[in-house]
Structure formats: structure tokens, C-alpha cells
Design a protein around this ligand. Structure first.
Ligand code: NAD
Length: 339
């Protein structure tokens, strides 16, 4: 018998990769699948070669009958609260999809429940686990460009999802910018203090809510992080990872969100405009990438009794950037961020 029994809740688009990851992890076994729509769970089981007996009507039923050690929460953001609390109450660890929750109040309740339970609740932030992100972070840690003052991210994609995102109030900031905000914290190693954000829905948008936003974050250690983003941008798209520029006291670095990571550092501090050396930053070799890298980190932490980078007590700081931004957009005020 495998060491960790897993019930996965949510069998929609993202769910398949989670089941594949479980299949690729020697000590994980899927013993339950639950979806609001039973047929979705049944089709999911069939597609992955799992027996029909793994499908349960409700999470409560799966928890009591399949007796899992871990619950994978791959439901929509609005359901993360109820799924996580039920799983923790049943004594399970929870690995959940981002965003942690659909409100700060609920997120705090979930983090408090995780702390009280002594179980691990960690969140999927797959974009941290990219060789380019790790390479950039290492170069900055090694002080290639000196003391960091400014981090800029641009995110422009025309994403035609259909489904729950089209109906959300803040699809970009709540469902996508959580990645970019979390990446910003990872890149500069700083936490948010305050934000000013303007959200809007661009002309021709196919979203009901705001699909574009511009944000300015004050971070710890006097770092400023700016974000410009749209999920409703046709043409000249960035990658899903965003385009990044980091300015330091000795130089600047840029990552185009794909394979080019470069820096220019002062080589001759003389004259009106100084001379710079151009440096190519190498991606850092990672054993597993993206979702698989984050799953591996969460599992390694669980096996070793440690906390992964994306443990809920840390991840809530990235979520606080999201809700600080949406509050600022509503009130048109600078909002202080506390997680
Ligand atoms: N990390 C990433 O890159 C990434 C990418 C896509 C989606 N996601 C996240 O994954 C999650 C799921 O997204 P998706 O694209 O698979 O959505 P989806 O709508 O395709 O699937 C969600 C499924 O959850 C089910 N569900 C909803 N509430 C439930 C409940 N209370 N109990 C049981 N089942 C429930 C729905 O019936 C649906 O089948 C979201 O949080 C989303 O933000 C993350």
C-alpha cells in the first residue's frame, strides 16, 4: 500500500494534471474523486484508468469512506474555503490550487484552521518552479545588480476561457495576478506593505468583470513593485510568466518571460552615461518544472516534516496583495496590506 492516500476534489480542466502528478509520485495513491457533477468525476476516473469505485458523491462521504491522508483541492476559488476546512477537520493535509481563497477573511480562517490542526496546507504556485525564475532569483541573491529598488512586471494575454472567469468581478487580479504577485515576492524576497491599484475592463472585453489592472506596491526594504496586466489583450502577447525588469544599485536585469534572462551592470563608472557589461543569466537546473516542481516541493516538505515555500502561512501574503489591490481599485485609495 502507498504511504499517502489522496482524495481529489474538483475534476475539471486543471484536475487532470493533478491526477497525473499523483501517478508520477511513488508514495501517492488516488483513492477518491469528488466533483459537484458526479458525471465529471466518473469521466475523470475513466480517462485516468481509475476504478469507478473511487468516485464519491460528496467530500464528506469520501473523507469517511476512503480515509485519505491528503486532500487535493482543485475546485473553483469560491469552494476552496469549504473544501479545505472540511479536509483539515478530518485530519488531512491539503494541497490546494491557487488562489488560496476568494476573500481575505476566509483565507485567514483557513490558515488559522491549518495551524490549529497541525496539518500541512500548501498552495500550488507553479510559476515559482521555473528554471528561469530560479536563475533570476539566484543572480539577484548573488547581488549581480546590487541592492534592488524596483521590480516591474508586464502581463498581456488575450485569454478566451469561457467558464467561471468570464463572470468574476476581478478575473485578472484574483485568478491570474496571484501568480505574478507571488513571483514578485519570490524574485525580490520582499513582502508587501501597501498598494495602489486601478482596475478596468478594456474596450471590446469579453469578460464581465475587470480584465485589466495597473498596480503599484510598496514592498519591505524600500522596494517598489509595479504591475501592468490584461487578460483581454489581443496581439503582442507576453508569456504567462510575464515580462520582468529588476533595477538594482549596480545594474538592471530583464527576463522576457521565455528563455532570455539578461543583466547589464556598470563596468566603467565614468561620464554622463556609464558603460555596462551585458551578462546572460543562466536558468537554474530544476529536477521538475512548474506544477510538478511545486508538487515535488510540497511532497518533500511533507515527508521531511518541514514547511514548503508555498505553505499557507506564507502564501497568504501573496493573496493579501490581491485583495489589497482589489480594495484599492474599489476605494481609489492607497491600501495598507497586512496578512
Ligand atoms: N496553477 C495554475 O496555473 C492554474 C491553472 C488553471 C486553473 N487553476 C486553478 O485551479 C482551480 C480549478 O480550475 P479549473 O480551470 O480546473 O476549473 P474548472 O471549472 O474547469 O473545474 C473546477 C471543477 O470543480 C468542481 N467544483 C466546484 N466546486 C466544487 C465543490 N464544492 N465540490 C466539488 N467539486 C466542485 C466543478 O464542478 C468543476 O468540475 C481554480 O482554483 C483555478 O484558479 C490553476
Amino acid at each position: 500500500m502507498k504511504q499517502y492516500r489522496v482524495v481529489q476534489v474538483g475534476c475539471g480542466g486543471m484536475a487532470h494534471h493533478w491526477i497525473d502528478m499523483a501517478g508520477n509520485t511513488p508514495d501517492l495513491e488516488i483513492v477518491g474523486l469528488v466533483d459537484l457533477n458526479r458525471q465529471t468525476a466518473e469521466e475523470c476516473a475513466k480517462r485516468h484508468g481509475l476504478p469507478a469505485s473511487v468516485v464519491f458523491d460528496t467530500l464528506d462521504q469520501a473523507l469517511s469512506m476512503a480515509k485519505p491522508d491528503i486532500v487535493f483541492d482543485v475546485t473553483v476559488p469560491a469552494a476552496h474555503h469549504e473544501v479545505t476546512l472540511a479536509a483539515l477537520k478530518a485530519g488531512c493535509h491539503v494541497f490546494g490550487e491557487k488562489p488560496l481563497a476568494d476573500s481575505m477573511e476566509r483565507a485567514k480562517e483557513m490558515v488559522a484552521a491549518a495551524k490549529a490542526s497541525g496539518k500541512l496546507y500548501a498552495v500550488m504556485q507553479n510559476r515559482r518552479y521555473l528554471p528561469q525564475m530560479r536563475g533570476l532569483r539566484k543572480a539577484l541573491d548573488d547581488r549581480l545588480i546590487g541592492d534592488i529598488s524596483t521590480v516591474n512586471a508586464d502581463f498581456y494575454l488575450g485569454a478566451h476561457f469561457g467558464g467561471f472567469r468570464d463572470a468574476m468581478d476581478s478575473p485578472l487580479v484574483l485568478d491570474m495576478a496571484i501568480h505574478t504577485f507571488d513571483q514578485a515576492r519570490f524574485i525580490c524576497g520582499e513582502d508587501p506593505i501597501a498598494v495602489y491599484c486601478h482596475e478596468y475592463n478594456p474596450k471590446g472585453s469579453w469578460y464581465k468583470g475587470h480584465a485589466s489592472a495597473v498596480c503599484m506596491f510598496e514592498m519591505t526594504n524600500d522596494v517598489v513593485f509595479t504591475y501592468r496586466g490584461s487578460w483581454c489583450a489581443e496581439g503582442l502577447n507576453t508569456s504567462w510568466e510575464s515580462e520582468w525588469r529588476v533595477q538594482g544599485s549596480k545594474g538592471s536585469s530583464k527576463w522576457n518571460g521565455a528563455n532570455e534572462i539578461i543583466a547589464e551592470v556598470v563596468s566603467a563608472p565614468d561620464g554622463f552615461i556609464y558603460k555596462h557589461d551585458r551578462i546572460t543569466i543562466q536558468p537554474l537546473d530544476t529536477r521538475l518544472v512548474g506544477h510538478d516542481g511545486c508538487m515535488d516541493a510540497m511532497m518533500t516538505a511533507l515527508r521531511e516534516g518541514k514547511e514548503p515555500e508555498t505553505v499557507c502561512t506564507d502564501n497568504i501574503k501573496s493573496l493579501a496583495m490581491v485583495f489589497g489591490a482589489t480594495e484599492s481599485a474599489k476605494t481609489k485609495q492607497r491600501v495598507e496590506i497586512g496578512a
